[in-house]
Design a protein around this ligand. Structure first.
Ligand code: FES
Length: 145
């Protein structure tokens, strides 16, 4: 079996929503201390809907594929759905990641959580974090399960 699924390769080679939103409503940047990879997510939110989303990822192929897929999964969706997006859902949508690459998808979940948190802070909305356990992206223990 190939190490990476067709979908991972496709999103790595042709990332969707790559770039910057200058007047973003929320921006989230996270990094993985171990591998040194960095992911940044920009959100444009109107009427509680993710109208637009872009990403910049300085990282491995799995991290790029995960960011690309994650942006596709939340684009046009309500904020609540973006909040509930888990790294597992991202990896599943990519038809799986090798076990030692699952942490790359965690970056996508965390970057989106952070961007939403930024959006909430800017708008004075209390941030309730993970839809399941109520913790913010970084401390969420249940992964939205
Ligand atoms: Fe760092 Fe993939 S190896 S995010």
């Amino acid at each position: 079996m190939a190490l990476y699924s067709e979908k991972v390769m496709d999103h790595f080679r042709n990332p969707r929503n790559l770039g910057v939103i200058e007047d973003a409503d929320g921006v989230g940047e996270v990094g993985n201390a171990k591998c040194g990879d960095i992911m940044k997510i920009y959100l444009k939110i109107e009427n509680d809907i993710i109208q637009d989303v872009k990403f910049e990822t300085f990282g491995c192929g799995s991290a790029i594929a995960s960011s690309s897929m994650a942006t596709e999964l939340i684009k046009g969706k309500p904020v609540s759905e973006a909040l509930a997006l888990t790294n597992k859902a991202v990896a599943e949508a990519l038809d799986g990641l090798p076990p030692h690459k699952m942490h790359c998808s965690v970056l996508a979940e965390e970057a989106i959580q952070k961007a939403l948190q930024d959006y909430y802070e800017k708008n004075g909305i209390p941030y309730d974090g993970c839809a399941s356990c109520g913790q913010s992206g970084h401390t969420c223990c249940c992964g939205g399960a």
